[in-house]
Each structure stands twice: as structure tokens, then as C-alpha cells.
Design a protein around this ligand. Structure first.
Ligand code: C5P
Length: 232
């Protein structure tokens, strides 16, 4: 599986998204579509972007009873997305059901990755709100291992955790990592960040990059710089 840069298309609607994509004439970047855009535009935006030849990571973070997740994943599989995700806290049973739903008749399926603990969740909140007493690193690694047991392909994590995830789950277990910034760029609201070059060194398989590309004066140049640093 090749390393790649995924652009986070955190746009409000299809007009903004397609205007942004029109800037790319020579390349077809891998794109992440999140809840904001998907809930605003529905599956038609996925179809339109696929029609234009891009790969899509549909970031909807499913979490429900196994049967519902299985059916929902079957719908996403028909949409022909290339990557999708769920919350590992839904249990191994839910993750196994997701794989079942996602797998097409010919045995192919989109890449499925798990969210462990959201980076917005602190250890303190885990303890007080959801009664998880263990250290957050242990919880993240345990959830990653559960995802591996259930047959998932990898996890979303900080580039700074990618090395540890590979140690715990094997080098072929994918790490998809947001929180990437250029060395000379704006950090914005991200706290623990790495450069594309550093993410490559640590062993991320895919980096998810939003604002450093979408808000750049020249998004195509920023994308190329990311690819140059990360893929080489
Ligand atoms: O603009 P920026 O590069 O910060 O965008 C990163 C993308 O990755 C956003 O879509 C954000 O929601 C997502 N993400 C993240 N941190 C996580 C999980 C997802 O930044 N832990």
C-alpha cells in the first residue's frame, strides 16, 4: 500500500469544494470528506468527486449496534469510497460486523480504519465522564489492537503515536495521521503537530492535511510540497 497525502476537504458545500478541486489540473489528490460536507450535500458529492477521478476517505466515524453499522457500511461500500472509519469503542463485535457489511460480493472492500480515543478527549475527561480509569496511551493501544483483531486495516492516530501503533499491531497495520504542519507554517488549533517529512520518518502511511493546503495562497503548490516531503 503506497504512502499518500489526503487533503481534508473541510468545506461547507459542494460549490466551495468543487471550486477548490478545479485548481488541480495535473493531479487527482486523495480527499477526505467529513460530516460537515456529507451531511450538507449527501452522497451526490461523493459520486461527483469519484466521477472526477479522486480517491475518497469518507470520515463519518460510525458507532451503533453491530447490525446497523453492518447495513450502513454496505451502503458506503456501494458508494465506492476508498476508505471509511468507525469508533473502536463500539467493540470488536461491531467492528467485525462493519467488515462484513463493507465486503462486496467479489471479496473487495474499502479500507476500514478505527478511531481510538479522539484527540479532543483528555485523560481527565475519560475518567470523569466515561469512567475509563486506565492511562490514555494504554486505552489507545488496546483499541488499536482490538481493531486489528476484528480485521480492520489500521487506525487514525497522531503521527507521534504511529511508531507505537506499528510496534503493537505490526508494520502493515495502517496509520492515518492528521495534525500535520509545515515547519514554517501556522499551527492553528492543532497542538501536537509534525511536519510531513517527520511523519514519513515516524512511519505514517497516510497523512491527512487540511488548512495548510486548503487555506494556502497556492493550494496546488502546498499539496506538491506535502507530497514531496512525505512521499519523496
Ligand atoms: O486543517 P487541519 O490540517 O488541522 O485538518 C485536519 C483534519 O483531520 C480535520 O478534518 C480534522 O477534523 C481531522 N482530525 C484531526 N485530529 C484528529 C482526528 C481528525 O485533526 N484526531
Amino acid at each position: 500500500m503506497g504512502k499518500d497525502v489526503i487533503i481534508a476537504c473541510d468545506f461547507k458545500n459542494s460549490i466551495e469544494t468543487l471550486n477548490f478541486l478545479d485548481k488541480f489540473t495535473d493531479e487527482k489528490p486523495f480527499l477526505k470528506i467529513g460530516m460537515e460536507l456529507f451531511f450538507a450535500e449527501g452522497p451526490s458529492i461523493v459520486r461527483e468527486i469519484k466521477r472526477r477521478g479522486h480517491k475518497i476517505f469518507l470520515d463519518l466515524k460510525l458507532h451503533d449496534i453491530p447490525n446497523t453499522v453492518k447495513s450502513a457500511m454496505a451502503s458506503l461500500s456501494k458508494l465506492d469510497v476508498d476508505m471509511c472509519n468507525l469508533h473502536a469503542s463500539g467493540t470488536i463485535t461491531m467492528m467485525e460486523a462493519a467488515i462484513e457489511g463493507l465486503t462486496r460480493e467479489d471479496g473487495t472492500r474499502p479500507i476500514l480504519i478505527a478511531v481510538t480515543q479522539l484527540t479532543s478527549t483528555s485523560e481527565e475527561r475519560m475518567r470523569s465522564d466515561i469512567l475509563i480509569e486506565r492511562p490514555i496511551d494504554e486505552v489507545v493501544m488496546h483499541y488499536a489492537q482490538n481493531a486489528k483483531v476484528a480485521g480492520l486495516d489500521g487506525v487514525v492516530c497522531s503521527p507521534l503515536e504511529a511508531g507505537k501503533v506499528k510496534e503493537a499491531c505490526g508494520k502493515d497495520f495502517l496509520t492515518v495521521t492528521p495534525g500535520v504542519r509545515f515547519a514554517d507554517g501556522d499551527v492553528g488549533d492543532q497542538v501536537r503537530v509534525t511536519t510531513p517529512a517527520k511523519a514519513k520518518e515516524i512511519g505514517s502511511d497516510y497523512i491527512v492535511v487540511g488548512r495548510p493546503i486548503t487555506k494556502a495562497e497556492d493550494p496546488v503548490a502546498a499539496y506538491r510540497r506535502c507530497v514531496e516531503e512525505f512521499v519523496g
